[in-house]
Structures are given as structure tokens and as C-alpha cells.
Write a protein that binds this ligand. Structure first.
Ligand code: HMG
Ligand code: MG
Length: 297
């Protein structure tokens, strides 16, 4: 039997949060529903963050309240603090995500506090979620490089990943936020983190700024990671990481893994159609080589 890979589709959040063109709620809702219909079992639906910091996520409450939830699909949303958690709960979120960083400067720029303060803020969110039966995912950003501090060593990532896991996050998504890492660096990172957090609880979140994302997925796969974040059409970037391109395009990940014999559960043709549709709406070419190849560019 082929090995199953879990893909977390982050386009409606990590993608749209950094597209110049803000899409309306109806489009966001349709995007989330279409991605679930493609076969993703995890579709990140939005972020309950300050609209002054990330205006593109302002209507996450409306979008989450409107989507028709598909059976067996979870729709995580970002919650940096209790205010975000309460908003997420009011919108019936079943899974929330807290997001820390391996770099002090990025933590300050992204969530306006130190790494230690961020962990303190996440604690009540995770505790409330546990009491409510809500799952909590943890992100660590800048695991291979930081836009302000340069190269980040695995030793800086390990304590943050470990803390989030021990606080109760079911999965730790390791984010190469600015897409600078290479396969050898990815392997070293996974080995270091997996010494303290079970590899089954790790996810890879690779941005494709330097064209390394798919290679890094394969490197992480070789180390036993089986959960990967990806974004339809390679949408997005990061508002607090200048020059960061989108996440690895979901179509490219599905193609590469499925053709290599892995089971992703995602219908590539439906995904390509969704990619073309959302790319037209935001007025840019699909950011997936597979979609361009299949549609003639
Ligand atoms: P702050 O200014 O320190 O917060 O921001 P505060 O508690 O002092 O509150 C200031 C104002 O924000 C108040 O409103 C609060 O009510 C409001 P005012 O009185 O001025 O009108 N506020 C909120 N509003 C809505 N939702 C909330 C919330 N909390 C406070 N949850 C804060 C701190 C965390 C809120 C802010 O820095 C923020 O929203 N940052 C968001 C950053 C973000 O979303 N970044 C992108 C996601 S991370 C990412 O993309 C990386 C990732 O993909 C992984 C990777 O790629 O590596 C995950
Ligand atoms: Mg990201």
C-alpha cells in the first residue's frame, strides 16, 4: 500500500494574507469550499489577528461563519492571543493555530512581542482550547532564515518547537518563512527537532522564494515527515518578511508526490481548475509549474 501524506492547504490564509488584491468574502468562502472538495482534509480558513496588522484577514469571522463544512475536514484558523481565540470560537473553529518564531526580531515584527512573551500568550489559548475540545496546531516561523537576522541555527528552533509541543500542540509546523533553506539544511533541522518532538508531530511549511521548497519537502520526507503545508497556485508570502514568495504550490506538491506513488487524497485536475479560477480573480498567472504546463501557460 502506498504511503499516505497529509497536505494542509494554507492558500486561503497564508496565501491571501499577502496578495495585493484583497478578495471578497464570497470568493474566500468559495475558495475554501473548492479546496475541501478537491480532497484536502485540512484547509486553513483565515486568521483572527488585528485587521490593522493584516487587513486581508479582516473578514475571517464572516468567512468561517459562512462556509459549508465538509465531513472529515478541519479548517484551522490563526489565533495569536485570547482575543483571537474568542473570535475563532464564536465562528465555530474546530482547530486553531498559534504561531511563534525562532527569531527574536521576526517575533517582534510579526506579533509585537518576544519569543518568551509569545509562549506566555499562547498558554491560555492552548488551555482554553483543551477545555473546549479544540485542536491546536503550532507554527514556528523563520526556521531556516530570518529577514532581519539571517541564517537561523537548528538550536534556535528546537526550544520553541519543544515548548509548543509540550504545551499541547498536536503538530508543529516548521516554517521556512522566507524560503531560503536548502535540502541539507532541512535534513539537519528535522533531525535536531525530531530529537525532542516526535517526527510524526512535525509538518514542513516551505515557501518557494529561492525555488527550494519542493526539494526541501523531499528532504524532510526522507527524514520521516509526512505532513506538508502548501498553497493553491503558490499564493501568498508573508507581510512581515519582505520578498518572501508564496508557499510551495499545492499542485506541484500533489503532482510530485502522487506520481512518486504517495497517496495525497487530492484530485489534481480539480485543484488545477481551482488554481486557474483563483489566479484569474486576483489577476495573476498561476504560480504552479504543473498548472502552467497543463493549461498551456
Ligand atoms: P498588539 O498591538 O501588540 O496587540 O498586536 P494589543 O493586545 O496591544 O492590542 C492592540 C489592538 O489590537 C487593540 O485594538 C486590540 O483590540 C487589537 P485597538 O484598541 O487599538 O482598537 N487586537 C486584536 N484584534 C483582532 N484580533 C486579535 C487582536 N488582538 C489584539 N486577535 C497582535 C499583537 C498579535 C494582535 C498583532 O501583532 C497581530 O495581529 N499580528 C498578526 C500578524 C500576522 O497575522 N502575521 C501573519 C501570520 S504569521 C505567518 O504568516 C507565518 C506562518 O505562515 C508560518 C511561516 O510561514 O513561517 C504562520
Ligand atoms: Mg507561511
Amino acid at each position: 500500500m502506498s504511503q499516505a501524506i497529509t497536505l494542509v492547504e494554507v492558500g486561503p490564509r497564508d496565501g491571501l494574507q499577502n496578495e495585493k488584491q484583497t478578495v471578497d468574502v464570497a470568493t474566500k468562502v468559495e475558495l475554501i469550499e473548492r479546496l475541501a472538495a478537491c480532497g484536502f482534509k485540512n484547509v486553513e480558513g483565515g486568521a483572527f489577528v488585528s485587521p490593522k496588522w493584516v487587513p486581508q484577514m479582516a473578514a475571517s469571522d464572516e468567512a468561517m461563519a459562512t462556509i459549508k463544512r465538509a465531513k472529515g475536514v478541519s479548517y484551522p484558523v490563526l489565533t495569536p492571543n485570547m482575543k483571537g481565540y474568542e473570535g475563532a470560537r464564536a465562528a465555530k473553529a474546530d482547530t486553531v493555530a498559534v504561531f511563534g518564531a525562532a527569531s527574536e526580531s521576526f517575533s517582534q515584527k510579526n506579533i509585537n512581542c518576544s519569543i518568551a512573551e509569545s509562549l506566555e500568550r499562547f498558554k491560555p489559548v492552548i488551555d482554553a482550547a483543551k477545555a473546549d475540545g479544540v485542536h491546536v496546531r503550532g507554527y514556528v516561523s523563520c526556521v531556516l532564515g530570518c529577514p532581519y537576522e539571517g541564517k537561523i541555527a537548528p538550536e534556535q528552533v528546537v526550544p520553541v518547537a519543544k515548548a509548543l509541543y509540550e504545551m499541547g500542540c498536536y503538530e508543529i509546523s516548521l516554517g521556512d518563512t522566507i524560503g531560503v533553506g536548502t535540502p541539507e539544511e532541512t535534513k539537519a533541522l528535522i533531525r535536531a527537532v525530531a530529537a525532542d518532538v516526535p517526527v510524526a508531530a512535525l509538518a514542513g511549511h516551505f515557501h518557494d522564494t529561492y525555488g527550494q521548497a519542493l526539494s526541501n519537502i523531499w528532504a524532510a520526507l526522507g527524514e520521516g515527515v509526512t505532513v506538508f503545508d502548501c498553497s493553491v497556485s503558490g499564493l501568498g508570502g508573508c507581510p512581515y518578511a519582505k520578498g518572501a514568495s508564496g508557499n510551495v504550490a499545492s499542485e506541484d506538491v500533489v503532482y510530485s508526490l502522487a506520481r512518486s506513488g504517495f497517496e495525497t487524497g487530492v484530485d489534481l485536475d480539480a485543484l488545477i481548475e481551482t488554481s486557474v479560477w483563483i489566479s484569474e480573480i486576483i489577476g495573476r498567472k498561476p504560480g504552479s509549474k504543473v498548472t502552467l504546463a497543463r493549461t498551456g501557460g
